[in-house]
Design a binder for this molecule. Structure first.
Ligand code: ADP
Ligand code: MG
Ligand code: ZN
Length: 597
C-alpha cells in the first residue's frame, strides 16, 4: 500500500470513527436517559425504609440487591413478582442488619454489585453530551465535503519509490504493448511531430489480483510521471451529484500535473450500461457523462493517459469504448506456468526460503492462481514458518499456505459429532471415487475430513498444466465429480445434507455456462444467451427461458445419475476410503491409489 492510499484510508477511517463516536454518544445519552427514568421514584415501586425493615422482620424479603456507593437498593418480596426500590439512609449499617437477619436464619439473598459505570460518569460530561454530538456532526459533514475535493496525487518524493516493469512478473506481451504509452509520456513531442495519435485511454480487463493496478503504477513509474488514482466505487457513494464533480476535480488536477496517469479502478461501478432511470442509475449516468466529457475534452497534446481497470468488461457502456476514449483494451490474464514462477521469484526475494523449496513445483501446483494469491501464499507460508518456529520457510509451510488460501484454515479443535464425521467422510469419498473413474478429471492429491474454513472437509486434486480450452466431455465429467459428494450421501445414508451447497452452486454455474455461453446444448445450439436483456432474448422465441432452464436441468440430472451409478458400481471402494477417513481423517495420494490396485 502506498502512502497516499494509506492517507485516503485514514480519511475513511476518520469518517468511520466519527460515525461510531456519534452513535456511541447517542447510545450513552439514551442509556443515561433510561437510567435516570428508572431511578426516578415511582410510588408503586418504592418501599419506604421503615416498611423495608418491617417486612424484613416479618421474613417477607427474598432478595436484596445493593450497588456499591449507592443508597438505592432493590428489594424482591416473597409474595410479589415485581422488585421494589428503597432508599437506605446508611448502607453499612443496613448491610449489617441484613447480615444479622441472615445469621438468625432468615433466607435473604444479598447481592452486592460493583459501582455501575454510569454512576461514575460525572454529571458534567452528561451535560456536555448534546454539544459534543453537534460538534461531531459538524466535523463529519465538513470531512465528507472535503473528501470530494481530494484527488490522490503522488508527489515527487513518493514517485521515486515507484513500481517499475521489473516488479511486474510475466505479462511480457502486455508490457510490450504498454511500453509505447511510457514512451509517449516521456517524449510526447516526438509522436506529435510524426502526426501520431496516441490513445487517450487504455482499459485493462482481468480478474481481481492479476496485477492491473500494479501494471498501471509501473507505467507511471517507468515514465516517471505522477499517478493519480481513484476507484469507481468511490465516485458513487454519499451525496448526489458528488460523483460528477469529483470526476471534474480529478481531471482538473490531472491537467495541472500533466504529463501524468489517471487510474480509475473498478470503472464498471460508474461505467455500467446506461439502462434504466432509477435513482442510483441516474447518479451513475451523471458521473459517466462527466467522465466522457472530460476524456473528449483534453487534446492529445495534453499528455494525460487514462488507465482504467475492470473485471467485468461485459458490463461497460459502449460509449466508453468509442474512439478517442478507451479505444485500447488489454486483457490481463491469470499467469501461466512461467508467469507464476516469475511471480513466485519476485515475491520470495525478501523471504528466507529453505533449501528444500522448489518454486517450479509450487508454480506447477498453482494453476489458475492470480499474482495476488501467489504473493499471499508466500506471505502465509512465512507466517506459518514463524509460528512453527522453523529456521526458514519449508516446503510443508508452503503446502499448508496453499491449503489455507484455497480452502481456509484447518480447524482441528472443532468438535464434530460421529454422525457428521460419517457424512463428511462419505461425501468427500464420493467426490474422490467418482473422479477416479472419470478420465478427464485430475488425480486426487489429498482427501480430508478435518474442517477447514467453512468447508467440513475437502478433496484436493493435482492441478494439471494450464489449459486454454475445456472440452464438453470434460465439463460433463466435472459435473459428475462435483455431484459425487451429494450422490454418496444419498446412496449410503439415504439422506442428503447442506454440505453439498457449494458443489451445487459451482455445478449449476458450469451447466448454465455450457448452455448459454459455450453453446454446448444440442437442442439450443451455439448461441450466446448470456447477459442479454429480456427483449433481446425474445428473438429466440417466447419460451426461451424455459428451454434454457430445461437444458441446464438435464445436464445436472444426468450428471447426478451418472455419479450415483458409478458409486453403486464401486461401492467397495467408496466404503474403503470412507473407512480410512474415519480412522485417520486424511488420506494422501499414495494411500488413495493403493485402494484401487
Ligand atoms: P488487480 O489490480 O488486478 O486486482 P493488483 O495489481 O492490485 O491486482 O495486484 C495485487 C498484488 O498482487 C500486487 O500488489 C502484487 O503484489 C501481486 N501481483 C499481482 N500480479 C503480479 C505480477 N504479475 N507480478 C508480481 N506481482 C503481482
Ligand atoms: Mg486493483
Ligand atoms: Zn463436496
Amino acid at each position: 500500500m502506498s502512502k497516499k492510499d494509506k492517507e485516503n484510508n485514514k480519511d475513511k477511517k476518520l469518517l468511520v470513527i466519527l460515525g461510531s463516536v456519534i452513535i456511541l454518544l447517542a447510545l450513552i445519552a439514551g442509556i443515561v436517559f433510561l437510567y435516570m427514568n428508572e431511578t426516578k421514584e415511582d410510588d408503586e415501586k418504592t418501599l419506604a425504609y421503615t416498611d423495608l425493615i418491617k417486612e424484613m422482620s416479618y421474613g417477607n424479603i427474598e432478595k436484596i440487591e445493593m450497588t456499591v456507593g449507592s443508597t438505592t437498593v432493590k428489594v424482591k418480596m416473597k409474595n410479589e413478582e415485581e422488585e421494589k426500590t428503597s432508599i437506605v439512609p446508611n448502607t453499612e449499617s443496613f448491610m449489617e442488619l441484613v447480615q444479622t437477619k441472615v445469621a438468625e436464619g432468615n433466607e435473604i439473598e444479598l447481592i452486592q454489585k460493583p459501582k455501575s459505570i454510569l454512576a461514575q460518569i460525572p454529571s458534567v460530561v452528561i451535560s456536555l453530551l448534546p454539544t459534543a454530538i453537534m460538534l461531531a456532526l459538524f466535523i463529519m459533514i465538513f470531512k465528507m465535503q472535503g473528501l470530494g475535493e481530494k484527488g490522490k496525487v503522488y508527489d515527487d518524493t513518493e514517485r521515486k519509490t515507484k513500481v517499475t516493469f521489473d516488479d511486474v512478473a510475466g505479462l511480457d506481451e502486455e508490457k510490450a504493448e504498454l511500453v509505447e504509452i511510457v514512451d509517449f509520456l516521456k517524449r510526447p513531442e516526438k509522436f506529435v511531430k510524426m502526426g501520431a495519435k496516441i490513445p487517450k485511454g487504455v482499459l485493462l480487463y482481468g480478474k481481481p489480483g492479476t496485477g492491473k493496478t500494479l501494471i498501471a503504477k509501473a507505467i507511471a513509474g517507468e515514465a516517471d510521471v505522477p499517478f493519480i488514482s481513484m476507484s469507481g466505487s468511490e465516485f458513487i457513494e454519499m451525496f448526489a451529484g458528488l460523483g460528477a464533480s469529483r470526476v471534474r476535480k480529478l481531471f482538473e488536477k490531472a491537467r495541472k500535473l500533466a504529463p501524468c496517469i489517471v487510474f480509475i479502478d473498478e470503472i464498471d461501478a460508474i461505467g455500467s450500461r446506461r439502462t434504466s432511470n432509477s435513482g442510483a442509475e441516474t447518479e451513475n449516468n451523471q458521473t459517466l457523462n462527466q467522465l466522457l466529457v472530460e476524456m473528449d475534452g483534453f487534446s492529445s497534446e495534453e499528455t494525460i493517459i487514462v488507465l482504467a481497470a475492470t473485471n467485468r468488461p461485459e458490463m461497460l457502456d459502449n460509449a466508453l469504448l468509442r474512439p478517442g476514449r478507451f479505444d485500447r483494451q488489454i486483457t490481463i490474464p491469470n499467469p501461466d506456468l512461467k508467469g507464476r514462477l516469475e511471480i513466485l521469484k519476485i515475491h520470495s526475494k525478501d523471504k528466507k526460503l529453505s533449501e528444500d523449496i522448489n518454486l517450479e513445483s509450487i508454480a506447477e501446483d498453482t494453476a489458475g492462481f492470480t499474482g495476488a494469491e501467489l504473493a499471499n501464499i508466500l506471505n502465509e507460508a512465512a507466517i506459518i514458518a514463524t509460528k512453527m518456529k522453523h529456521e526458514d520457510i519449508e516446503n510443508q509451510d508452503v503446502e499448508e499456505a496453499i491449503k489455507k488460501v484455497t480452502v481456509g484454515l484447518e480447524k482441528r479443535q472443532r468438535v464434530i459429532s460421529d454422525k457428521d464425521k460419517k457424512l463428511t467422510a462419505y461425501h468427500e469419498a464420493g467426490h474422490a471415487v467418482v473422479s477416479k473413474y472419470l478420465p478427464t478429471q485430475s488425480n486426487v492429491k489429498e482427501v480430508s475430513i478435518v474442517p477447514r474454513g467453512v468447508a467440513g472437509g475437502y478433496t484436493m486434486y493435482k492441478s494439471d498444466e494450464d489449459k486454454y480450452y475445456i472440452s464438453k466431455t470434460e465439463m460433463q465429467e466435472k459435473l459428475i465429480a462435483l455431484l459425487g459428494g451429494r450422490a454418496a450421501e444419498k446412496l449410503v445414508l439415504d439422506d442428503i445434507s447442506t454440505g453439498a451447497s457449494n458443489d451445487i452452486e459451482v455445478a449449476t454455474k458450469i451447466a448454465r455456462d455450457m448452455v448459454t455461453k459455450y453453446g454446448m446444448s444440442d437442442n439450443l445450439g451455439p448461441i450466446d444467451f448470456q447477459g442479454k436483456e429480456p427483449y433481446e432474448m425474445q428473438m429466440f422465441g417466447e419460451n426461451i427461458g424455459d428451454k434454457i432452464g430445461q437444458e441446464v436441468k438435464t445436464l445436472i440430472d444426468t450428471a447426478y445419475n451418472d455419479a450415483q451409478t458409478l458409486l453403486k458400481e464401486h461401492r467397495d471402494k467408496l466404503d474403503a476410503i470412507a473407512q480410512v477417513l474415519l480412522e485417520k481423517e486424511k488420506i494422501n495420494e499414495q494411500e488413495f491409489n493403493k485402494i484401487f490396485e
